[in-house]
Design a binder for this molecule. Structure first.
Ligand code: FES
Length: 488
């Protein structure tokens, strides 16, 4: 019996990125049906799927630790997460056995029916011979029934477990898909997956995150002040920031698909911390008020104005999935009045933020390798783009070349190394501080001689980036795949 899985689920079961799976499907010419793949085709593409090393269960362990219920009076009816996980694992084994037996029985019944039809058309002697043969075959099959697991049943059980720990959400009309894990709301899960659902406060006050549940079940996990009318509730509307998915869900929701879909925003943020990360760069953390968050796309900039009127346009150096806690990289080079104003201010001083703006964005639908080149302050938008690329999991390969005055082992170097350690498809090179554009391009071409088939993102000082882009063009980089952002 054929079973279809969405590509996102199939990629998880196979333990690969969605982009990698799509590439494999393309290379092997495997059929897909409305964004789904048959289990048999998946096993053909990944016969080496390791059923014993269960990434689902490993993931489950993390999710359950995160989702662990807060203890309060009378809340002891749930077993410890570890116990629950072991029971689920046992349940998975039972399910594999049962499903294997069911698959075998199904095959058997159809074989019996076929043979009986053939025998009915034959002579009496042939009928007797067929019946005897069939009876031996049946006995042998019954003896084997449930003893060994078939691969399809193992995959089925894994998928069932995955459905228990994470619900899949599909958005109409875009068709975008994401998973809700742990105690995340629909909105949090969507943002973590790199989607740009409409929202405002993220705390149940504004109603901007209203979505309509077309199928499946959701559950309210947070009280909210915004009141949905009876009519809206009857029509299936809920607030994405206050509900989670119980089952797989189809939602009707508005999304920003391009930068121009995002509203212009003005937010008074408070300065949370200033941390030097190299001889001339400082990491500045800011926080928006509880009832306001900044909607932006990875790679975009905002205009910041200090209390004493100094202004600078800066790229957001953090992920749009955490739109309350924003990070920026500020140059401490002499003469940077904005930086001096920030440094001389007090913790908690307010900074007016206006934006977002800019088109230095990730090509979200691109499957080809994405190369990132970050020079100094240019790491701010590049970091945001990389975090977004990791979230949407579309590119077959991600490679970062980073040039900084920094010594290895500082905050950002550690961050890049952690990406490299955690992701099979992420490469990282920390290059010499004074690397010239030509030297970096030479290194890129050694690793990616077909640079024309890659998406290239470069950010850094204007003269450096312009030289690199001009040289890359002459070496085959495609204009429409070259993206740059410059800093004065
Ligand atoms: S984002 Fe404001 S109510 Fe959900």
């Amino acid at each position: 019996m054929s079973q279809h899985l969405s590509l996102s689920r199939a990629a998880r079961l196979a333990g690969v990125s969605r982009g990698e799976l799509q590439e494999k499907i393309r290379c092997m010419g495997l059929p897909t049906f409305e964004g789904k793949i048959d289990v048999e085709q998946l096993l053909e593409a990944y016969p080496e799927v390791d059923i014993d090393r269960d990434p689902v269960l490993e993931r489950l362990q993390l999710i359950m630790a995160d989702a662990r219920p807060k203890k309060h009076k009378g809340d002891n009816w749930l077993p410890e997460p570890e116990v629950l996980m072991s029971r689920l694992h046992d349940f998975q084994r039972v399910l594999i056995r049962t499903k294997t037996a069911l698959n075998t029985a199904e095959q058997l019944v159809s074989e019996v029916a076929e043979r009986l039809e053939t025998a009915a058309r034959g002579t009496e002697a042939e009928l007797r011979a067929q019946t005897q043969d069939l009876s031996v075959r049946l006995r042998q099959s019954l003896e084997k029934l449930g003893r060994s697991a078939d691969r399809e049943a193992e995959l089925f059980a894994k998928d069932a477990l995955l459905r228990i720990v994470s619900a899949s959400v599909r958005i109409a009309p875009s068709g975008h898909e994401f998973f809700v894990e742990g105690s995340d709301s629909l909105l949090e899960a969507a943002l973590k997956s790199g989607l740009h659902l409409d929202y405002g406060c993220s705390s149940g006050n504004c109603g901007a995150c209203r979505v309509r549940v077309l199928s499946g079940r959701v559950r309210k996990i947070r009280a909210h002040d915004y009141v949905l009318s009876g009519q809206e509730q009857d029509a299936g509307f809920v607030l994405a920031c206050s509900n989670t998915a119980v089952t797989d869900v189809l939602l009707e929701a508005s999304e920003a698909l391009t930068a121009t879909d995002l509203p212009h925003q003005e937010i008074r943020c408070s300065l949370r911390s200033i941390e030097p990360v190299s001889d001339d760069l400082t990491l500045v953390r800011m926080q928006t008020p509880r009832t306001q968050t900044l909607r932006f796309m990875a790679g975009q900039r905002v205009k910041l104005t200090t209390e004493n009127g100094f202004t600078r346009s800066l790229a957001v150096a953090s992920c749009p999935c955490d739109a309350r806690n924003l990070q920026f990289l500020v140059s401490r080079k002499p003469g940077n009045d904005f930086c001096e104003a920030l440094l001389s201010g007090t913790d908690g001083q307010t900074v007016l933020l206006e934006g977002p703006e800019g088109e230095f964005l990730l090509q979200e639908e691109a499957r080809e390798p994405a190369l990132f080149v970050a020079v100094g302050e240019g790491f701010a938008p590049i970091r945001s783009l990389i975090e977004h690329a990791i979230s949407i999991d579309n590119a077959a390969r991600l490679q970062l070349y980073r040039i900084d005055e920094n010594r290895p082992g500082n905050l950002f170097d550690n961050l890049c190394r952690s990406w490299h350690d955690a992701l099979d498809n992420f490469g990282y090179r920390l290059l010499e501080p004074a690397s010239a554009p030509g030297d970096v391009l030479h290194q890129v071409l050694q690793e990616f001689p077909q640079i024309g088939e890659c998406q290239v993102y470069v950010a850094g000082p204007a003269h450096w980036v312009e030289t690199f882009v001009a040289d890359a063009r002459t070496r085959g980089a495609q204009e429409q795949r070259l993206h740059s952002d410059v800093f004065e």
